[in-house]
Design a protein around this ligand. Structure first.
Ligand SMILES: NC(=O)c1ccc[n+]([C@@H]2O[C@H](COP(=O)([O-])OP(=O)(O)OC[C@H]3O[C@@H](n4cnc5c(N)ncnc54)[C@H](OP(=O)(O)O)[C@@H]3O)[C@@H](O)[C@H]2O)c1
Length: 372
């Protein structure tokens, strides 16, 4: 973009001052205002300091990347530093600060968040372990972080829950997520609760499972309804909460734009990967029994009884709150190929869409039938 000749001759600092507007200032009731400085993006200063608990997870990497690229200081608490090595380069040198932490240590939590004006809690556990049960992580742990954040004058607290969080759910995971929301709100009444549905992206446990397990068990006649959401859209919402002048109404529901049955998802996977999907329909009671036995017999994480329950529960039918943020959620059909292409046979890897793959397949089939 061409710049005005007079402006171009001014030193960069004056230029920045000239362009500073009201939107560059975020005021908080209990902290000094946050002033943005410099052009947008890397090597600028957003004025914010954010702590992202659960930064080493799937969603965490995208949230940290967006925050750090906007010129914010980001504290990344870790248990295993190998899991956050990739985050160090998300921002400028010194912009991403690593600190070791443990969920049960109040002192370490306080050290991680005491300079921050916003705290994100992305800590979550898909399956229970010997060391941590859902209640300890999703409820007690979340409440502990929220309380320490309030005691340290943190202005904003964002708790990531789940679209299906409910006190009456058959899934203990969804129940714990709901109890976690309540516990956080009792400690930090202004906390923003964000409820995404199942997220997909490069490191997800959704499309990757679909692509990898093309011989699989089928539950609920493959008729369970899901509303998958793109992880980058959720990360964008979490990022935008930081700079909003007013807190958005909570909870924020973030389902994907389209509802799919598992059968439709398998069909999508079949079209993209060109693998033939087959599955064994297992009655839920037998699947639950087998999975309970597997929990004791095997020592690696495998499908838990609660996961089977979740596979049989429809995503709740609530409207998404995307409009509040001006974000248009991504359609799974448009981007799934980027994530599932790697499950294709190497001879078909180059096609860019399901339509191209189908055309190539048709061409190949007609070639062979003509040759015979
Ligand atoms: N993925 C989805 O489809 C989905 C959908 C809706 C809602 N959510 C929620 O969104 C949040 C982020 O999801 P995600 O997929 O990014 O999760 P994830 O990949 O499983 O990451 C979980 C994070 O929580 C941390 N963590 C787990 N247990 C911990 C403990 N006892 N002490 C300290 N840290 C602990 C992990 O740290 P370590 O790396 O050190 O283990 C990791 O950083 C979670 O709250 C999840 O419940 C996820």
């Amino acid at each position: 973009m061409l710049r005005h000749p007079i402006k171009a001759s001014l030193p960069r600092s004056i230029d920045v001052v000239l362009r500073r507007g009201v939107h560059d200032l975020v005021t908080f009731a209990n902290r000094p205002p946050v002033v943005r400085y410099g052009p947008e993006g890397r090597s600028s200063i957003s004025g914010h300091c954010a702590t992202v608990f659960g930064c080493s997870g799937f969603l965490g990497r995208y949230v940290v990347s967006k925050l750090a690229k906007s010129g914010s200081n980001v504290v990344v608490p870790y248990r295993d530093d190998y899991k956050i090595r990739h985050l160090r380069v998300s921002g400028d040198l010194g912009g991403v600060v690593q600190m070791e932490w443990e969920l049960r240590s109040e002192q370490q939590i306080a050290e991680c968040l005491r300079h921050s004006d916003i705290v994100y809690n992305l800590v979550g556990l898909d399956y229970e372990t010997k060391n941590y049960k859902w209640n300890e992580v999703h409820v007690e742990g979340a409440a502990r972080i929220a309380r320490i954040a309030r005691e340290n004058n943190v202005s904003r607290f964002v708790q990531v829950s789940h679209l299906n969080a409910s006190p009456d759910s058959k899934s203990q995971y969804y129940k714990a997520k709901y109890a976690g929301e309540k516990a956080v709100l009792s400690e930090f009444p202004d906390a923003v609760i964000v409820r995404p549905s199942a997220m997909y992206g490069h490191e997800d446990r959704f499309l990757n499972q679909l692509g990898y397990w093309y011989r699989t068990f089928k539950f609920n006649g493959e008729q369970t309804k899901v509303r998958p959401v793109h992880v980058l859209d959720v990360a964008e919402i979490l990022y935008r909460i930081m700079d909003m002048p007013e807190l958005p109404p909570s909870p924020i529901n973030l389902p994907g734009p389209t509802t799919y049955t598992h059968e439709q998802l398998l069909d999508l996977a079949r079209r993209i990967t060109d693998n033939s999907y087959s599955g064994l329909a297992v009655p839920k009671s037998i699947a639950l029994l087998l999975s309970r036995i597997a929990q004791y017999a095997l020592w690696w994480p495998n499908m838990s009884p609660d996961e089977i329950e979740r596979r049989c529960l429809d995503d709740v039918d609530v409207p998404g709150d995307w409009d509040i943020f001006g974000v248009q959620p991504t359609e799974l059909d448009d981007v799934a190929i980027a994530y599932m292409r790697r499950f294709r046979n190497a001879t078909k890897i180059e096609y860019n869409s399901a339509v191209e793959t189908a055309k190539a397949k048709h061409k190949r089939q007609s070639y062979y039938s003509e040759a015979q």
